[in-house]
Design a binder for this molecule. Sequence first.
Ligand code: NDP
Ligand code: 8X3
Length: 257
Amino acid sequence: MLSVQDQIVFITGASSGIGAACAKIFAGAGAKLILAARRWERLQNLADSLNKEFATDIHLLQLDVRDAKAVESAISNLPSAWANIDILINNAGLSRGLDKLHQGSFQDWEEMIDTNIKGLLYLTRHIVPGMVERDRGHVVNIGSIAGHQTYPGGNVYCGTKAAVKAISEGLKQDLLGTPIRVTSVDPGMVETEFSEVRFHGDTQRATTVYQGVTPLTADDVADVVFFCVTRPAHVNINQVILMPVDQASTTLVNRRS
Ligand code: NDP
Ligand code: 8X3
């Protein structure tokens, strides 16, 4: 197993859900963390608790990944001790709405495309060149089962995650000949703030998504990310699809009540 002790891990969307769970598992293994998201107070609270539990070295970035200039400036202005990023976890992402395509909201579409595709590209474009120069690194993209199977109302969100799948495959091909690894971790149903965000804060509707099933937890996904990153250096796990036992596809879910 490859150690992540003192490795610099950059996690986007660390203020909640899968990103926060990744921060915790890598902190527990002695990694140094760059944690990015828009909600500063959330990041500070997470950093405080990781510091208390693991004495983790943490650098926080308040960052909207949709802002190309802000991404460039955040990365080019990293203090030198934080500049040599070893592992990039492109996790920031969201779904907005579950409308039929012909009734969808432009604003929802733009938010998903700008965050899930363009944000991931900006981070990758600014961080991977350093990995190539240093001849080391690992990029983990959080995709989704939605990138493999489209479901009614999923249209644009599924499109963004299909793009993440293609981008992960393309990046792997473009990095062939270097030691840099690329992994796409593609979960099914995970209980986080995801559905609350999808339904614009309608918590009641969000709760029904997980009713009667045992969904994955954010920690389940973080475990898989950690497993992929800690394989021996010659092993690249290209793609992992994981889903709850209660789920067989995006639309086939076993609900007990
Ligand atoms: P959460 O809503 O709990 O977390 C999403 C994270 O993304 C937050 O930390 C949020 O931080 C961050 N984020 C959103 N927009 C931006 C932005 N513009 N700039 C920076 N950060 C942003 O959901 P999950 O943890 O579930 O989602 C994480 C990833 O997992 C997403 O890519 C999602 O598509 C994917 N996924 C989720 C599944 C699920 O069922 N939950 C299943 C499959 C994939 P902040 O708001 O503070 O900026
Ligand atoms: C999140 C999983 O099936 O709600 O990516 O789209 S799903």
